[in-house]
Design a protein. Structure first.
Length: 202
């Protein structure tokens, strides 16, 4: 299930102003290892409004998962895009770029090797690389992938989906923080016992 909701935030201009004032770091600086493209904000912007809306869209109560929920992110044309899955049960992105290049949203894929639209649920995060090797799937080989859905980029548009789906950014663009693709990421779970301990803005 892919969910698209326009005008996600009631105060998107304020969220945008907050995002551009943050300090951004690479995945190595934040995690010690490489786990995402571009740079993400040091701060996590976690609001009750966002959690309530995401719970309503998914049809059940959801909670922040992991330590990346709510971070802003910037990517440029220097960053690579490739089909991947997330390590979280549910995920979402909000586009915050006011330039609104519609062809730079989020794409979803079918893998031609095994005809999968998503990674099998029984494959754990630890087994992911073994799964790729055994199945012959190459994330970087574009000839293995067929785009099956594309959601265009619009300012304050939310795209939400199961983290198991093969997906990526349709395009990155720009050559600097000011001209790159600005967005916010949400990683979620519906298991309260797995919820991350993070301050929620009421």
């Amino acid at each position: 299930m892919i969910i698209v909701e326009d005008w996600f935030y009631d105060n998107p201009e304020q969220v945008y102003d907050l995002a551009i004032k943050q300090e951004y770091k690479t995945c190595e600086e934040l995690l010690g290892v490489c786990g995402f493209s571009g740079k993400r904000s040091d701060m996590r912007y976690v609001t009750e409004e966002a959690i309530d809306k995401l719970s309503r869209y998914f049809g059940r109560q959801v909670y922040p998962h992991g330590n990346m929920y709510g971070r802003f992110q910037v990517c440029t044309s220097m960053d690579k895009t490739f089909p991947h899955t997330d390590t979280d049960p549910l995920a979402a992105v909000v586009f915050l770029d006011r330039k609104q290049p519609v062809n730079a949203g989020t794409s979803f894929y079918r893998n031609k090797i095994d005809n999968s639209l998503e990674i099998p649920l029984e494959v754990s995060n630890e087994d992911f690389n073994n799964y790729l090797v055994k199945s012959g799937i190459n994330l970087l080989d574009r000839t293995q992938w067929e785009e099956v859905a594309r959601i265009g980029l619009l300012f304050n548009r939310l795209v939400a989906y199961p983290g198991t789906l093969w997906h990526d950014a349709t395009n990155y663009y720009g050559h600097s923080f000011e001209s790159g693709r600005l967005f916010q990421v949400f990683f979620l779970t519906d298991d309260k016992n797995q919820a991350s301990n993070v301050e929620i803005i009421k």
